[in-house]
Design a protein around this ligand. Structure first.
Ligand code: HEM
Length: 405
């Protein structure tokens, strides 16, 4: 352990705008010097690949909503707000432990299978084409985030869940506010009001689908059955909520991060253009190199010896996925962007029982978006030397990405 001055310096660096722009030097310092770092608020941070991967699979590190809420409430301000909101939201698979988690995941997965996602490809392609037609009509330059990544990922998710076009913008605004409760500057009561409105809307939609099923996710969920077990009404609404809430922001960031990283590495872009079959591998390398999810959180249910130290019951732990993905102990030359990299087992989608349920959809959307963009605009280039990353410690994504063709 280094002294508290050093510890404060790390906390200060993490709170600085420079960290949002480039977190990797500080991650490297943590991996090297304090693989188990505790912030002044007492949050434990794990940064090495081996520890993060082990922690993701360790069931003594809990995702249980009530435990997480208690650990968060141990902090101040933001922690109190988040813990109250977490209690208000229903029990979703992301914040349950076994055995409840396995039951929910199995049932929801039946309605959200990889096959079902694959069938959605033509719809995703049509949405991407429509958006790029509009971008092209508007002129020789556009913003990848607002013209493609954001509208593509939000529309795909709303269509998949089954929200009619007329309510999609409102639903996405609600979800955004719920995902960013503190930066939106709303009171806890206002946010609780939004949760109620969203759930009321989903409840009325479920009632419509019960009367007249369609091919959407809500209708599929209503039908799901496994050995006589079914989702309750609340569980069904929670499942819709969790897909809407977990599904678009990180996928939008993946698309923006992919375009930026390729345009900044012309040799890799040229390789991809010469060998389009490398697209799936290129997307995996973007996931590793610019991980859209920088961290996930856990609450310690039982003490765990890890990273040369010990996590105590009730502690909050950040597993730094973005750091694990740049660990030279796991990836040779980790700061090199190499779309042909083999053995690219990044942890951007997590690992173990909570491994991202939406990974096939995220990969598919990124493939369609990137593939279409590069086919239609082979001379795509950046319109700016400097880009701005969102100031969010958990998600890595761009505020905008101006390009020209
Ligand atoms: C690039 C895009 C995405 C990234 C980087 C990402 C990342 C992650 C990560 C790291 C986890 C593990 C959380 C944990 O261990 O606590 C996770 C879980 C989850 N993700 Fe994603 N995700 C993405 C896209 C999506 C999409 C498109 C959906 C759905 C439409 C989705 C739905 C979920 C769900 C439901 C879980 C919880 C699974 C469980 O607890 O069993 N994600 N995601």
């Amino acid at each position: 352990m280094s002294d508290s001055t050093e510890t404060d310096a790390i906390a200060q660096a993490m709170a600085s705008p420079a960290f949002s722009q480039d977190p990797y030097p500080l991650y490297a310092k943590l991996r090297e010097e304090q693989p188990l770092y505790r912030s002044p608020q007492g949050i434990a941070h794990l940064s090495r690949y081996a520890d993060v991967d082990a922690a993701l699979r360790d069931l003594r590190l809990s995702n249980d909503r009530d435990r997480l809420a208690r650990s968060l409430a141990g902090g101040q301000g933001v922690g109190e707000t988040l813990s109250r909101l977490m209690r208000k939201l229903g029990r979703v698979m992301t914040n349950t432990d076994p055995p409840d988690h396995a039951r929910l995941r199995k049932l929801v997965n039946k309605a959200f299978s990889a096959g079902r996602v694959r069938d959605f490809r033509p719809a995703i392609q049509a949405i991407a084409d429509e958006l790029l037609d509009a971008a092209q009509a508007a002129g020789p330059s556009f913003d990848v985030v607002s013209a493609l990544a954001y509208p593509l990922t939000t529309t795909v998710l709303c269509e998949l869940v089954g929200l009619p076009r007329s309510v999609q913008a409102q639903a996405i605004e609600w979800i955004y506010l719920l995902e960013n409760p503190t930066s939106a500057g709303l009171s806890v009561e206002q946010i609780e009001g939004i949760i109620d409105q969203l759930y009321d809307y989903l409840r009325s939609l479920a009632a419509q689908r019960r009367a007249k099923p369609t091919g959407d996710f809500i209708s599929a969920l209503l039908n799901v059955e496994e050995g006589g077990d079914r989702l309750s009404e609340d569980e069904l609404l929670n499942a819709c909520f969790v897909l809407l809430a977990s599904g678009y922001e990180s996928t939008m960031n993946l698309i923006g991060n992919a375009v930026l990283t390729l345009l900044r590495h012309p040799d890799q872009l040229a390789l991809l253009q010469a060998k389009p079959e490398l697209l799936p591998k290129a997307i995996e390398e973007v996931l590793r190199y610019e991980s859209p999810s920088l961290l996930v959180i856990r609450s310690v249910a039982e003490p765990v010896e890890i990273a040369g130290g010990r996590l105590e019951e009730g502690e909050l732990v950040y597993l730094l996925l973005g750091s694990a993905n740049r660990d030279s102990a796991r990836f040779p030359d980790p700061d090199r962007f190499d779309i042909a990299r083999s053995d690219n087992k990044h942890v951007s989608f997590g690992a173990g029982i909570h491994f991202c349920l939406g990974a096939p959809l995220a990969r598919l959307e990124a493939e369609v978006a990137l593939g279409t963009l590069l086919r239609r605009f082979p001379r795509l280039h950046l319109e700016t030397d400097t880009v701005e990353w969102r100031t969010n410690r958990a998600l890595r994504g761009l505020t905008s990405l101006p390009v020209a063709y």
